[in-house]
Design a binder for this molecule. Structure first.
Ligand SMILES: Cc1ncc(COP(=O)(O)O)c(C=O)c1O
Length: 397
């Protein structure tokens, strides 16, 4: 078979899905020596030993068999404890399901609520994997672009609700948002909850950056659907160990869902991954029970770095952004840029700095670049010094 014939023999969804601009930037940047990588959504620290040790011990002790489809009981108990501490109310382990990464949590949700041709509304700019997960499964992401007005990102709720059709199954909301750092207020969350209740829609909540929130009143988390929704209503929350506890490579996340969905979720997990490795879950218990101090350090570092990047980029001509309220990305417009992919490659080659192109985040992202700032502050300073010098002598493509 020729390459063309082989490609013609697979489904159009798997053949035609566009590459993630983040992954493309990284694959290109890996080949260029000396680049400071700010393209991916992760910090620069490896997982702390206090989380890694219980996992390696469990591996060596033979926890190498198939395990509970919904996650080991100890981890689901630890998730309930963590939520109780974070949200100040009681949670049941029965509402938590362990998945292979936040990504598999999203995939499980989509497989459960959206069939062929069904629609899920996605405010954009948004993390591109949402659209991809939907398209691969045959359902339709419907982008609802946010506005950048008077220096602020705004989600027009009327426009969001006007986009609902008889095929709509869910509204997805990522707050704090990757990439723009926009964070929903409690009133905005309530309005979305009320509309979803009224129309019988699912809320697909993504609060993976909830703890990376830079409120003015010493808050330790962003407003959440968990503040205003009942655990048994039509709310599905995707979450992950990746961001809070420096565990992106572990690929462990969780799904929070009504108890009644337990058997359905177990069946989906069975046919997707058949469970998440038990030994990894031992490390996740340690992260939840002993990870508060590490997480607080990460958030403090992110806040300091946010202020650093805001100061440095704020001084550069032709650069425009909103100071992010949450997550750990700066999403900035570059005046005169019409080809983000090419500009990203040129900045990698000519300035040795790695950003991600805004266009990969959907409608409203064109003309922007994204950088992750949960990195070593000295490296960020060096990267932005290089980028500032580049801007003085080059024009974006
Ligand atoms: C908004 C958002 N949701 C979910 C995830 C999933 O994280 P993971 O699959 O690493 O657990 C990410 C990762 O970048 C993200 O940015």
């Amino acid at each position: 078979m020729t390459i063309d014939q082989t490609l013609a023999a697979i489904t159009p969804q798997s053949r035609d899905e566009p590459d993630s601009g983040i992954v493309k930037a990284a694959m290109y940047g890996f080949t260029v020596p000396g680049v400071i990588p700010l393209w991916a959504g992760e910090g620069n620290l490896p997982t702390p030993e206090i989380f890694a040790r219980p996992a390696t011990e469990a591996l060596l002790n033979g926890e190498t068999f198939y395990t509970w489809q919904r996650g080991i009981p100890e981890l689901r108990d630890a998730l309930a404890r963590y939520h109780q501490r974070t949200f100040g109310r009681v949670f049941s382990p029965e509402n938590f399901f362990v998945t292979s990464g936040g990504m598999q949590s999203i995939q499980t949700i989509v497989q459960m609520v959206a069939g062929e041709g069904d629609e899920i509304l996605i405010p954009t700019p948004a993390w591109p994997n949402y659209g991809g997960a939907l398209r691969i499964l045959g359902s339709r992401p419907v982008e609802v672009p946010m506005d950048f007005r008077n220096g602020r990102w705004i989600l027009d709720l009327d426009r969001l609700f006007d986009t609902i059709t008889p095929r709509t199954r869910a509204i997805s909301l990522n707050s704090p948002s990757n990439p723009v750092g926009w964070t929903a207020t409690l009133d905005e969350l309530k309005a979305i909850r009320d509309e979803c209740r009224k129309r019988g829609l699912w809320i697909l909540g993504d609060e993976v950056y909830s703890r990376f929130y830079y409120g003015e009143r010493g808050e330790t988390r962003a407003p959440s659907f968990l503040d205003i929704c009942d655990d048994e209503e039509q709310v599905l929350l995707a979450n992950t160990f990746s961001k809070n506890w420096a565990m992106t490579g572990w690929r462990v996340g969780w799904l929070q869902a009504p108890k009644a969905l337990g058997p359905a979720i177990e069946r989906i997990i069975q046919v997707n991954s058949s469970g998440t490795p038990a030994f990894l879950q031992r490390g996740c218990v340690a992260a939840l029970d002993h990870g508060d101090a590490f997480l607080a350090e990460q958030v403090a570092k992110a806040r300091g770095n946010r202020d650093l990047v805001v100061r440095m980029l704020g001084d550069m001509p032709g650069v425009r952004f909103e100071v992010p309220k949450g997550a750990f990305y700066l999403f900035f417009a570059l005046e005169g840029m019409t080809d983000g992919d090419l500009t990203v490659r040129r900045i990698i080659d000519e300035a040795k700095v790695g950003f991600a192109p805004g266009s990969t985040f959907g409608q409203g992202g064109e003309g922007y670049l994204r950088m992750c700032y949960l990195r070593d502050p000295a490296k960020i300073e060096e990267a932005l010094t290089r980028f500032g010098d580049w801007l003085k002598n080059h024009r974006p493509s």
